[in-house]
Design a protein around this ligand. Structure first.
Ligand code: HEM
Ligand SMILES: *[C@@H]1O[C@H](CO)[C@@H](O)[C@H](O)[C@H]1NC(C)=O
Ligand SMILES: *[C@@H]1O[C@H](CO)[C@@H](O)[C@H](O)[C@H]1NC(C)=O
Ligand SMILES: *[C@@H]1O[C@H](CO)[C@@H](O)[C@H](O)[C@H]1NC(C)=O
Length: 633
């Protein structure tokens, strides 16, 4: 008996060894055939299971092989490398890093030309939908499908993303920013608050609930909006409505927080295990499922009653399209079942919630760290919108262009460049067809089933695409890793080349200087700035996200300034007795702490702070600043 176990084990080991070696040899041969330099790794680093066990195989690999085989390529096998290492691996190994494992070929690229080519040839380079299983929990949707199904989903979902709805988002973002800042002023204890991330998430969630379902959610103490759709109004209450144990916000918040346990836990265990996290997850999911059924029924009733104007409401318009008369629908070949409608509603939450919140969160942190930029932002807000104007009167069509071209847009763009919520956009070649790409004018053939990572963090720091100045905050030679919104007013590369070396020493940081500034604004090289991806599968919510961030930043900084909290080191009394140089020293300490925390951001679905990391801030009325009004860096 023992000998037969030994025999079977021996045979299995031999079989795995054979598969391993032959797979590696085959893939190395394929890598050679591309003509690109390649790097061999022992295991497919992006496979789920291998990611979990990375803490074993990665050190083992470094232990048993000579350093020259792993010292460069090991970086791109590590967790969070896209953000932690930024452009460095590409500076060492080239803008296209071809990685070979026994089971896969992977190409990570930071080359604007290659990114542009891959993103624009949608059918040649589809999405690896197998990586998106986690997003199908409530049904297939526009993010998780490919081919003809994707075209149908995109066709049905995209009409909601129009300018009329952008204007509604603009309004909603102003109301929400009002609710949030009032809430901060009321609750900041000891003069500071620690919940920027949580609160920007609530703000984004409330807006996306409006976008997705026509729900008008409010902040504690904020009056319910009077034009709220009466049928949906009961769901906006701060108490759970009848039949529910959580409010709608709590249920969606709970789902997003417990996404992984919900996906990975078998139903039986989820329903019975006495584990707190699982119980919370189950409660959130049950509530959410019920809400979705109820919302769907409401929308179906609206459509049956023939109510045409469904307003800002993606679910309503999906229902309208899919429940219309058979003849209308048949022609376009458009039809979604209930599961797909609910799946698409969910994906709007997932895609549009944390991403947008992160951009607002990091923008506020960086503005506190860059007092001069904060003041320029406020100058532009004063010029475009008026220092004393009532935000309720801000007109979307009239103002949005100027806002986007000003420091408001520059702050947003720079946060998207330095801290993109999505750090890598995955693509692949199909399982049946090789594809050719052009690198430096030379054609290279990528075999079928090659994984392609368009590296968002690295392309936006590629020195070939981004004009740089020496860093003012580190000893680095260039400022490409620094948050410098003023770079969006530097001359574009093509202009810079024309002007040759005689760039003015003194730069005009004035920001927005009238309606026509496009000539003086920086335009990134195509493919070098892809926070929303590029090409036909680029972000559907891009316009909404931009409008939301612009409006919220404008609201907040018209009335307030944001400073790093210093109460950990000095009381208000102590600060008031300090002279200028003592204040400078103190504030520099706070900035340094903030920068260290920001540098510890990690990507788990999106790039944000984890492990309870946060930066405390203080919201102050303009004119009552203690630091950012004079401090320059
Ligand atoms: C700053 C905020 C946002 C960022 C940085 C962002 C980024 C992205 C990126 C990188 C993709 C491509 C993903 C991939 O190829 O795997 C994407 C796709 C998508 N985003 Fe966004 N997004 C943001 C906000 C939003 C919002 C507010 C919504 C909706 C309300 C939204 C809806 C979508 C949808 C539906 C897709 C899939 C499009 C398709 O596959 O056809 N996003 N987004
Ligand atoms: C809805 O369509 C999907 C295909 O996207 C299918 O897998 C699912 O079973 C359908 N659900 C229902 C309830 O018909
Ligand atoms: C920010 O980027 C967007 C899109 O790339 C562009 O339209 C806008 O003009 C940029 N804003 C500034 C100030 O450069
Ligand atoms: C500020 O106060 C500190 C400590 O009292 C003192 O050493 C320093 O000289 C003062 N600096 C100025 C510019 O007054």
């Amino acid at each position: 008996m023992p000998s037969s176990i030994l025999l079977v084990t021996g045979a299995l080991v031999a079989w795995f060894a054979f598969k391993y070696v032959s797979g590696l040899r085959r893939n190395i041969a394929l890598a050679k055939s591309t003509g690109l330099p390649y790097h061999v790794v022992p295991i497919n680093p992006i496979h789920n299971i291998n990611q979990i066990f990375r803490f074993i195989w990665l050190p083992l690999w470094k232990l048993v092989t000579p350093k020259k085989y792993w010292e460069d390529v090991v970086t791109v096998c590590e967790h969070n490398w896209q953000f932690r290492n930024k452009f460095v691996p590409f500076a060492k190994m080239g803008e296209n890093i071809l990685v070979v494992s026994p089971s896969t070929l992977m190409l990570h690229t930071a080359s604007p030309e290659v990114i542009q080519e891959i993103a624009s040839r949608r059918e040649d380079f589809p999405k690896p939908t197998e990586h998106y299983r986690i997003l199908t929990m409530f049904g297939h949707n526009v993010v998780t499908v490919e081919g003809a199904t994707w075209r149908m989903h995109r066709k049905v979902t995209s009409p909601s993303f129009n300018e009329k709805n952008s204007a509604l988002v603009f309004r909603a973002a102003i109301d929400q920013a009002q609710g949030m800042t009032d809430y901060w002023m009321k609750t900041q204890r000891g003069g500071s608050f620690h919940s920027v991330e949580h609160d920007t998430m609530s703000l984004a969630l409330n807006i996306i609930s409006y976008v997705g379902f026509g729900l008008r959610l409010v902040w504690p103490g904020q009056p319910l909006s009077d034009d709220a759709d009466s049928k949906m109004a009961k769901y906006a209450s701060l108490e759970p409505p009848q039949g529910h144990t959580l409010t709608f916000s709590e249920s969606i918040g709970g789902i997003l927080e417990h996404l992984l346990p919900l996906l990975l836990t078998p139903t039986f265990i989820l329903n019975n295990a006495p584990i707190r996290v699982l119980k919370e997850a189950k409660k959130a999911k049950e509530n959410y499922d019920l809400y979705m059924q109820e919302f769907l029924q409401e929308k179906v009733k609206d459509v049956r009653r023939g109510e045409k104007d469904i307003g800002m409401d993606i679910m309503g318009s999906l229902v309208a399209t899919s429940y219309q008369d058979k003849q209308d629908r048949g022609k376009a070949g458009i039809q979604m079942n209930d599961s797909e409608i609910i799946g698409n509603a969910f994906i709007m939450f997932l895609a549009g919630h944390e991403t947008t919140a992160n951009v607002m969160h990091f923008s506020m942190l960086e503005l506190a760290n860059n007092p001069a930029a904060q003041r320029r932002l406020q100058q532009d807000i004063d010029t475009i919108l008026g220092r004393d104007s009532d935000p309720a009167t801000w007109n979307y069509e009239e103002k949005v262009g100027a806002m986007q071209a000003s420091m408001i847009g520059a702050v947003m763009n720079e946060t998207l460049r330095v801290m993109p919520p999505v750090v890598e956009v995955p693509k692949k070649t199909t399982s049946t067809k090789a594809q050719t790409i052009t690198v430096d004018g030379v054609k290279h053939t990528l075999p079928p089933n090659t994984y392609l990572g368009l590296c968002v963090t690295a392309s936006s720091r590629n020195p070939r695409a981004w004009p740089a100045r020496p860093s003012k905050i580190t000893d680095a030679q260039d400022d490409l890793n620094d948050w410098v919104p003023e770079r969006w007013f530097r001359p574009s590369l093509s202009q810079e080349e024309k002007r040759g070396a005689d760039l003015p020493e003194e730069e005009d940081f004035g920001g927005y200087a009238g309606p026509d500034t496009s000539a003086s604004m920086f335009r990134p090289v195509r493919g070098s700035f892809i926070p929303f991806s590029e090409g036909p599968r680029a972000c559907l919510g891009r316009r909404i996200a931009i409008v939301e961030v612009l409006a919220a930043l404008a609201f907040i900084f018209q009335k307030y300034s944001i400073e790093n909290a210093v109460d950990e080191w000095a009381s208000d009394d102590e600060v008031s007795r300090m002279n200028q140089s003592q204040r400078d020293t103190l504030y520099k300490k706070a900035i340094q702490r903030s920068r260290d925390v920001i540098a510890s951001a990690e990507t788990r679905i999106t790039l944000k702070l984890h492990r309870g990391q946060h930066v405390p801030l203080r919201l102050v009325k303009r004119g009552e600043e203690r630091f950012v009004s004079q401090f320059d860096l």
